[in-house]
Design a protein around this ligand. Sequence first.
Ligand code: SAH
Ligand code: SF4
Ligand code: F3S
Length: 474
Amino acid sequence: MGECALSNLYSFKEIPAERREYLSLIAEIMDIRKRSDVPLAYVHTYGCQQNVADSEKIKGMLHMAGFDFTETPEDADFILFNTCAIREHAEDRVFGNVGALKNIKRRHPSVTIALCGCMMEQQAVADRIYKSYPFVSLVFGTHSIGKFPQLLYNVLVDGKRIFDRNSDDNTIYEDIPVLRDKTFKGWLPIMYGCDNFCSYCIVPHVRGRERSRDSQAVIDEARSMIEAGYKEITLLGQNVNSYGKGLDEDITFAELLRRIDSIEGDYILRFMTSHPKDCSRELIDTIATSKHISKHLHLPFQSGSSKILKAMNRRYTREQYLNIIRYAKERIPDVSLTSDIIVGFPGETYEDFCETLSLIKEVEFTSLFTFIYSRRPGTPAATMPDVATDAEKGEWFTELLKTQERIAADRCKSMVGSTERVLVEEINEKTGLLSSRTSGNIIVEAPGDPSLIGTFQTAKITEARNWILRGEFI
Ligand code: SAH
Ligand code: SF4
Ligand code: F3S
């Protein structure tokens, strides 16, 4: 995109004339309606990195329409929540925060309020917004991002509410500008949607079928990020290991990684999420022999019980999972392993849960994302009978956290005295220390000048504080 002035603005293809036209029409309208010197947008993102990456596209378009961004919804001319449907708690939070916007709309009637993302792809949610939140003017789903300029323009011009969702549009738009939140680390989507239909999960229902981006588009974007000074690139997809399915080109995820890895530069390459059923030896060999790929594998196993894994429709057993882990440990010395776990899946007993506990003890993960099962209407697990009570599930959850805390603390302790190459990310406002990350994704805090943010440093590890390390830059 020839005219890019910002290092964090990127578009693979020229923005089409129609989209440009809508964006400049929005700019004209907002120039009259704005309450500050420039029109301000407040964009709040819930959920996973996929949503963050979508928000960066929407911000790219808002930027082209002349918007600046604010962290204060009260000051904004346009408010957007990009929502997540993964668990009930996530949805409750969104409803609560949307409710609070009513007062802002009352104080500033010119503000336009919009909701998008995974939650909006569910009929019951859209109906509830329609009936109970009349101050929300625009609702659009995960498939409608390409239409955003047109939708916003229509809302601004005729003031009618627009609900645009559930479209069958599975196009991958390469002609939307991306405005990344950070200038030194960034997300790079390589595929969208999911075909796995794990029985508990809403994602395939709200994000549609799996589709991969053209490899050249991904490689060009990675190259442009590296040239713009990005030090860390994370490739994104719900199941990156099945990258390439459905493309004309015959390419695996491991091959895509190798092609990106061959781009010259000082950067670290990460990816998420890998599904164990598709985690090939080729992928592990590629990590082991690569120059830039982090020595970190995030491989969610969800449950240590093969019986529960079957009910979850995960399509691997405990033994198969452990075989991959053994191979990874053998090929990648000091590999850092992380995972996602669900506690209290319907039908799970304490014995099943104990298999999860024994698995985490055996693997010794660096860190875990742990969730209590949340019933998602419309998924197969939602109608499966439950055996454990909420109180029991809560106790198991606490036991899991305690066990993992000990494992993570031991692992961190064993690193004291070592030196690690880290990427400095931010200042921790509480401690005043700089927070950085190792290749294995472990946080290291150390004193230093904020000008180091966005650079690689070598840290000597001096102390372990549970799962966080303290050190000194040398
Ligand atoms: N595609 C990724 C995960 C996406 S969702 C993968 O397959 O690994 C992130 C995590 O949320 C999942 O790994 C799972 O642990 C959790 N999760 C998904 N649905 C859930 C539900 N209904 N209740 C509780 N946790 C859930
Ligand atoms: Fe959900 Fe399973 Fe797809 Fe992950 S792989 S997004 S858990 S259905
Ligand atoms: Fe949530 Fe959608 Fe991601 S449901 S976890 S934001 S794909």
